[in-house]
Design a protein around this ligand. Structure first.
Ligand SMILES: [Zn+2]
Length: 158
């Protein structure tokens, strides 16, 4: 399906559900727009071959994590210890599935990213941002996030 990006509103929070379904792959849609979780060990970016760059929101390209904040936690999802700058993401109390957790959402498009836990004492912040691999895209250093996002959308929907 061709994505008609010309007709998209400037503000991703105003994209319609139909537009999101066109822009995202089915698994990205389920995670970002329906607060889904990929099964442990199945997502993108589990290992660290990505090199220097930035992980951005797979929904809107908002920069979220420098590659220098990624670490291997062994939990089955990409893990980061700190967002790129204050306000890059928003946090919300999540009482679903019989647990009390802190959910993280992209501040630009409100897409669900994952949860943050206080169980990384060996990291500078003590935090483990447990992010769905399909909620983010890796942008190599020097590349424009929006260009990488456009290429990715072309492939995901090609
Ligand atoms: Zn976003």
């Amino acid at each position: 399906m061709t994505v008609d990006t010309e007709s998209l509103p400037d503000d991703p929070k105003r994209y319609t559900d139909a537009q999101w379904r066109q822009l995202l792959s089915p698994v990205e849609y389920r995670i970002l727009r329906q607060s889904g979780t990929e099964p442990a060990g199945t997502g993108r970016y589990l290992d660290d071959p990505d090199g220097p760059g930035t992980y951005v929101c797979a929904g809107c390209g908002n920069p979220l994590y420098p590659s220098t904040t990624k670490f291997h936690s062994g939990c089955g999802w990409p893990s980061f210890f700190e967002e790129i700058e204050p306000g890059a993401l928003t946090v919300h109390r999540d009482e679903s599935h019989g647990m009390v957790r802190v959910e993280m959402r992209c501040s630009r498009c409100d897409g669900h990213l994952g949860h943050v836990f206080d169980d990384a004492p060996h990291m500078p912040t003590g935090k483990r941002h447990c992010v769905n691999g399909y909620a983010v895209l890796f942008v190599p250093e020097g590349r424009d996030p929006q260009a990488v996002l456009a290429e990715h959308r072309g492939r995901a929907n090609g």
